[in-house]
Write a protein that binds this ligand. Structure first.
Ligand code: PLP
Length: 422
């Protein structure tokens, strides 16, 4: 027997096994509110940890550069068929290693360096890859931004239209990382048509909602749709490109490989196929309905207890707590939440005057907790704990309150076991 193929990690590398055990305990014992995170199924975990990691498969099913691709072709074809069915797309590419890489490939396919692009301002909920000066998208292209209105904190489509008509961008992007409301893809597609721009919808966060119809699906309206597969879609960490246009699809295929990537991660492609299969079942629609209902319950838990949310509430899987009324910063509150066993992230709020290392906001989401089984009343309770800790932070006894809440968090988590048998 060759020990190389049979020695378990726990024996082969105790240091890394210890890091895995440590992380599993953190996931089991704490409440995960990071809006971009989720828990994958045992089945997805198995595919992602499979022997498919060994295979080079540059190219696409049936058109590979290396031999021996029959089995991985089956897996990628299943992933493609399921992705297209899930979103009603004519074209899909499941090879992008991440959401950022998917966006990079789209820009490579449709734009020339120096072209004007128009996207949602990072400070108003946008993403780095939509033209931020620290990202390639902002260095190689000429970025312009639209934002939200000061009064209702919803996207200012009139300002978007005005800017689009003035600068005539080559591409307009929709999509956000911290926007709690429905995005009007109809209006944005119309503006893009008026000015002759490509319309890209990046649904990285809301993909699961779009797939089941709890957020409008941009597929029929956009020239291209990009997404991650690991947020509400609940698959392995990765990206994907979709389109209704097969001719554009050819360009995206070349842009992914050989444009920005080499060999695809076939174990992850298989994991994506498993997750898409799960998303096509009726149970997934029930799950996403739960995500939306639970997020409203968590929002109510916060507003019932005197906190302010950006735009006053949520239509989707996340809400954005505005700490300006308490004159607190996001870094302080998220550290206290972590001490209570609640993981969230600090986040800029629109018109924030704090720097990104501090921020005036906290972003929280319901995707992971809903997978775990938390109910609406659990989420209302979680919202109340966030309020309790925030008020305590303001009063100067944040640590003591976090310590008290931690015991209650532990009791809740014990009711909903995670990955039994791992
Ligand atoms: C998360 C996200 C991405 C990037 O995904 P990564 O997989 O982290 O690269 C892109 N766009 C939006 C809107 C996102 O929220």
């Amino acid at each position: 027997m060759n020990a190389f193929f049979t020695t378990p990690l726990a024996q082969a590398d105790k240091a890394i096994q210890s890091s895995l055990t440590h992380e599993l305990a953190r996931q089991r014992e704490g409440i995960e509110l990071i809006a971009s995170e989720n828990y994958v199924s045992r089945a997805v975990l198995e595919a992602a940890g499979s022997v498919l990691t060994n295979k080079y498969a540059e190219g696409y099913p049936g058109k590979r550069y290396y031999n021996g691709c029959a089995a991985v072709d089956e897996a990628e074809t299943l992933a493609l068929d399921r992705a297209k069915k899930l979103f009603g797309a004519a074209y899909a590419n499941v090879q992008p290693h991440s959401g950022s890489t998917a966006n990079q490939a789209v820009f490579l396919a449709l734009l020339q360096p120096g072209d004007d692009i128009l996207g949602l301002d990072l400070a108003h909920g946008g993403h780095l890859t939509h033209g931020s000066p620290v990202n390639m998208s902002g260095k190689w292209f000429k970025p312009h931004f639209y934002g939200v209105k000061k009064d209702d904190e919803r996207i200012d489509y009139d300002q978007l239209a005005e800017t689009a008509h003035r600068i005539k961008p080559k591409l307009i992007s929709a999509g956000a990382s911290a926007y709690p409301r429905i995005i009007n893809f109809n209006r944005m597609a119309e503006i893009a048509r008026e000015v002759g721009a490509y319309f890209m919808a990046d649904i990285a966060h809301i993909a699961g909602l779009c797939a089941v119809g709890l957020h409008p699906n941009p597929l029929p309206l956009a020239d291209v749709v990009t997404t991650t597969t690991h947020k509400t879609l609940r698959g392995p960490r990765g990206g994907m490109i979709l389109s209704r246009d097969e001719a554009l699809g050819k360009k995206f295929n070349s842009a992914v490989f050989p444009g920005v990537q080499g060999g695809p991660l076939m174990h992850i492609v298989a994991g994506k196929a498993v997750a898409f299969g799960e998303a096509l079942t009726p149970g997934y629609k029930t799950y996403i309905q739960g995500v939306v209902d639970n997020c409203k319950a968590m929002a109510k838990g916060m507003t019932d207890n005197g906190l302010r949310l950006v735009s006053g509430g949520t239509d989707n899987h996340l809400c954005l707590l505005d700490l300006r009324p308490q004159a607190l910063t996001g870094d302080v509150v998220t550290d206290l939440l972590e001490h209570a066993g609640i993981t969230a992230n600090k986040n800029m709020v629109p018109f924030d005057t704090q720097p990104p290392q501090k921020t005036s906001g906290v972003r929280v989401g319901s995707a992971a907790g809903t997978t775990r089984g938390f109910t609406e009343s659990d989420f209302h309770q979680i919202g109340s704990w966030i309020a309790e800790i925030t008020h305590a932070a303001k009063a100067g006894n944040g640590e003591a309150t976090a310590h008290k809440v931690k015991a209650e968090v532990a009791r809740l988590c014990e009711k909903y076991p995670l990955y039994q048998g791992l």
